[in-house]
Design a protein around this ligand. Structure first.
Ligand SMILES: NC(=O)c1ccc[n+]([C@@H]2O[C@H](COP(=O)([O-])OP(=O)(O)OC[C@H]3O[C@@H](n4cnc5c(N)ncnc54)[C@H](OP(=O)(O)O)[C@@H]3O)[C@@H](O)[C@H]2O)c1
Length: 338
């Protein structure tokens, strides 16, 4: 057996995440017991939400903070090497919530599910557009946004993994879709390659001014991945009966510990405009993953959905990949290929 390699969280970032907040560790390959299996990872999914669980107190009531000096928790995808569980055999492909390790033990609490042996799309799609990322976009759009033809929809972090799928799903449902991103090249690609009708570069134009210009009568849907000031601004530009999909809050995950993030200043307007604001976690919908995956596969097949990936290679590149994603260097899903 080769040596195992892990990337551990060496210290709490306390603000902007840095590559040297992590450390590489070598150790023996784990030995499994009854009810466990040994897996070898092939892909790590870089998920912005996991940044929140690197903080001392995650404060979101969902998961506790990651432990220091332990491998970094991550959604992963790989192959079973040895199994002492009745539900998996060696050679099965899986996805689960494990850690940045080459080899891991996987037990019943690691949310491991089996992938089919013959995949219709490249393996990496199942860590992104056909995995948790695509499901998140699909449930947010179908269960909360509920687009109707002609709706005006705005998506924040639109060039990111969830946002780029959400925008395309809204477009396929007949909405006029405006994407927010912090990079001119990504804005250009959203329109040219991913069917967005317009974009806003929040680093170059004041968001309020841009929303007033592009949605003079307000928006029907705001699919929010960013939270903070972005959400507050967007809430000033809603139409009556608008739906706000509270998907994530990436602008707030790196705020310094203990400093509260400013909240919306206009919630009474949500009352008078009869707006729906709804948060959700895609993991609540496990029983409906096949339905969501079938719909996403259909979109990829009929061409209404296109995939985008930003891939770094080698386990050592995981910290860099995660920092790159938070800094907006990615277009679509950020992955590390082992
Ligand atoms: N509810 C759920 O079940 C669920 C599941 C998965 C993910 N999520 C949420 O979905 C969101 C997107 O996650 P992801 O994994 O797909 O990441 P991602 O969108 O691929 O990457 C994050 C993007 O956010 C943008 N960004 C970073 N800091 C920002 C800031 N301060 N202000 C504005 N934009 C900023 C960057 O793009 P630009 O530079 O172009 O802005 C960056 O590319 C996150 O909030 C995550 O927590 C929710």
């Amino acid at each position: 057996m080769p040596t195992n390699i892990s990337i551990v969280l060496e210290r709490r970032p306390g603000g902007q995440l840095r590559v040297d907040d992590f450390r590489k560790v070598e150790s023996p390959v784990p030995v499994i017991g009854d009810g466990e299996m040994l897996v070898e990872h092939r892909l790590f999914s870089m998920d912005a939400g996991f940044r929140n669980w690197m903080n001392e107190g995650s404060g979101d009531g969902y998961l506790a903070a990651m432990a220091l000096d332990e491998p970094v928790m991550s959604l992963t995808l790989g192959v079973v090497v040895e199994s002492r569980r009745p539900d998996f055999v060696a050679g099965d492909l899986f996805m689960g919530r494990l850690a940045w390790m080459r080899f891991s033990k996987a037990g019943p609490d690691d949310f491991v599910t089996r992938l089919p042996h013959s995949l219709r799309f490249p393996l990496s799609y199942y860590a992104g557009i056909l995995g948790g990322t695509g499901m998140t976009a699909w449930f947010g759009v179908n269960d909360i946004a509920k687009p109707r033809g002609g709706d005006i929809a705005v998506v924040s972090a639109a060039a990111g993994a969830v946002g780029i799928v959400a925008g395309q799903l809204l477009k396929a449902a007949g909405a006029h879709v405006i994407g927010i991103s912090g990079n001119a090249h990504k804005c250009d690609r959203l329109v040219r390659e991913f069917g967005f009708d317009a974009t806003i570069n929040y680093r170059e134009e004041n968001l309020d001014d841009a929303l007033a210009r592009l949605c003079p009568y307000g928006m029907d849907i705001f699919f929010d991945n960013v939270g903070g000031r972005t959400l507050n601004s967007a809430l000033h530009h809603l139409r009556e009966f608008a739906r706000v999909v509270l998907c994530g809050s990436v602008s707030t995950y790196e705020s310094a510990d203990g400093i509260p993030v400013p909240g919306p200043d206009n919630l009474f307007e949500m009352v008078t405009k009869r707006v729906l604001l709804k948060g959700f976690m895609y993991t609540d919908e496990g029983g409906r993953y096949p339905e969501a995956m079938a719909a996403l596969e259909a979109g990829l097949t009929d061409g209404s959905l296109r995939n985008a990936e930003y891939v770094l290679k080698g386990i050592e590149s995981a910290p860099q990949a995660f920092c790159d994603m938070l800094a907006g260097k990615n277009m679509g899903k950020t992955l590390v290929e082992l």
